[in-house]
Each structure stands twice: as structure tokens, then as C-alpha cells.
Design a protein around this ligand. Structure first.
Ligand SMILES: Nc1ncnc2c1ncn2[C@@H]1O[C@H](COP(=O)(O)OP(=O)(O)OP(=O)(O)O)[C@@H](O)[C@H]1O
Length: 262
């Protein structure tokens, strides 16, 4: 079966021919249903990789293919969540979650005709992430962790085949972060959605992912790929397992070497 995402020998430079070369010779393949994490030194091009896959940037050379199509414009089968949930403060949480449906062409007409159905879907997602009954609250009435949960619902409302998460838990305290790891773990198990997670948190990558890609310092490329051996479903007690911590340490060592080589 051909991969859902294929990045072949991609270069991406910002700001014209003399600008910053963010990634160079980037290669990566992601199979349908995979949970992948991307880690690497700060500024190595992780966010650039996300933007290349979602079609927010088009590379100067090389090819990005998503679901069998070369990416030349923003890709509609993707859901995205970033570190700072940007909810519109004048809309309720539920209305914020429905927002992508007003933007994605093929859902817009359906939304008008089948509003009730979509509201029910949004309410089901809110329940799944532990926010049952919070749809009528405004974003500013929610804590940071609750906003990030709602943000995940918004990324999932149009049933994307691919969910791209760019440091989604970075701004949260350790306990809330671990709670949300479990929410993502369960969403992946229930919905079978393919997930790419960019993170600085190596424990997060090992707890959640099946495969971990390590990037070099800028210009970023993949320098190693690891298969995470721990069986699913994974419980938080895994964080205290010796083999788990060995893997975190291996990744840490690779990133430290990549930084030193820069
Ligand atoms: N729009 C832009 N214009 C110019 N340079 C940019 C732009 N976006 C990113 N860069 C540069 O490209 C490089 C890669 O940036 P990117 O944000 O992809 O890295 P990152 O790995 O996500 O960073 P971090 O780990 O700090 O979040 C950086 O040196 C950054 O300064």
C-alpha cells in the first residue's frame, strides 16, 4: 500500500535565494494509521515540515505527496492543532469547533442543511475529550488545558485522515499534559486517524508514537528513525519503566550530538 504521506528529497528556503535554508534533502514516509513523532534541535525545521505536509508552504525542490496527490495548495484532508489554541473569543466553544466546516468547501453546504448532525458530532467530540456540557462556554471561560482539548475537537470535526499536532501541549502544566496524552492516545485508538506530532518533549514522543523521526540541526533532514516497541494500550506507568527511559535517553543523546554538529 502506498504511504499516506511521502516527502521526497525536499528543500525549503525562506526569503528568496539568499534566505534561510530550513530543510534540505528531507525524506519521510508515513503509512495510514501510523502515529509518528518528529523531534530534533530547536529551529531544525519541524514546523516547516508540518507546513509542507499541510500545503501551507510549497518546497522549492522535491515532492510532497499526501493521499496520492502532489501537494500544491492547502490540503483539506488534514486537521491541525498548534501550541496556542487560537479560538475566536466572540464565538462559543461549540461554534469555534464548527469553524473548519464553514471553511472546508465540501462541508459548507452540508453544514447549512445538516446543522443538527454536525452539532451532535461536535458534542460527541467534546464528550470524548472530557468537555461534555462546555460547548456553550466562551473560550475565555475555559482553562488552558480545556482550550487545548476544544482545539483538538476543532482539528477533528471534519474527520481528517491526517492530524498534524505542532507542540500542542507545550504551554500546559505537567499533569494536564499527561491527561491530554491519554486523550490523544484514545482518539488514535478509536478513530484510527494518522497522526504526526512535532514535539520538544521526548517522553511525550515515546509515550504516544509508534515511530519517531529525529531531525538534524538546520537545514533539517531526518538523521534517524526509531520504532517504539511498547505494546498498546499504554498506561502512564510506562513513564517509570526502565526501557522507556532508556529510549528517551537514546533520543536525547542523538539530539545533543546533532546540536553539537551544527
Ligand atoms: N517565515 C519564515 N521566514 C524566514 N525564516 C523562517 C520562517 N519560518 C521559519 N524560518 C526559519 O527556518 C528555520 C526552521 O524553522 P522552524 O520553525 O521550521 O523550526 P522548528 O524546528 O519548528 O523550531 P522550534 O524547535 O524552535 O519550534 C529557523 O531557522 C527559522 O528561523
Amino acid at each position: 500500500m502506498s504511504p499516506l504521506v511521502s516527502i521526497d528529497n525536499v528543500d525549503m528556503r525562506y526569503g528568496g535565494p539568499d534566505g534561510t535554508l530550513a530543510v534540505a534533502g528531507l525524506n519521510m514516509k508515513i503509512a495510514k494509521g501510523d502515529f509518528c513523532a518528529v523531534v530534533g534541535p530547536s529551529g531544525c525545521g519541524k514546523s516547516t515540515l508540518m507546513k509542507l505536509v499541510t500545503g501551507l508552504h510549497i518546497p522549492q525542490s522535491g515532492v510532497v505527496i499526501v493521499a496520492g496527490r502532489q501537494v500544491t495548495e492547502p490540503v483539506s484532508i488534514v486537521g491541525m492543532a498548534f501550541q496556542n489554541p487560537t479560538m475566536l473569543p466572540w464565538r462559543t466553544t461549540l461554534e469555534n469547533i464548527l469553524l473548519p466546516l464553514e471553511i472546508v468547501e465540501r462541508h459548507r453546504k452540508r453544514l447549512r442543511r445538516h446543522k443538527r448532525e454536525y452539532v451532535e458530532k461536535a458534542e460527541h467530540l467534546l464528550e470524548t475529550v472530557g468537555l461534555k456540557g462546555f460547548g456553550s462556554k466562551f473560550p475565555w471561560q475555559l482553562s488552558g488545558g480545556m482550550q487545548q482539548r476544544a482545539n483538538l475537537c476543532r482539528a477533528l470535526i471534519h474527520e481528517p485522515d491526517l492530524l498534524m499536532l505542532d507542540e500542542p501541549f507545550g504551554a500546559l502544566d505537567a499533569f494536564t499534559r499527561e491527561e491530554l496524552w491519554c486523550v490523544i492516545r484514545d482518539l488514535h485508538a478509536e478513530q484510527g486517524v494518522t497522526i504526526v506530532l512535532v514535539t520538544h518533549d521526548l517522553r511525550e514522543s515515546v509515550f504516544l508514537a509508534d515511530r519517531i523521526f529525529v531531525m538534524s540541526a538546520r537545514p533539517g533532514r531526518i538523521i534517524s528513525e526509531h520504532t517504539v516497541p511498547f505494546a498498546r494500550p499504554r498506561e502512564l506507568s510506562l513513564l517509570y519503566d526502565g526501557a522507556f527511559n532508556d529510549m528517551v535517553q537514546t533520543l536525547h543523546g542523538e539530539i545533543a550530538s546533532a546540536r553539537a554538529a551544527a
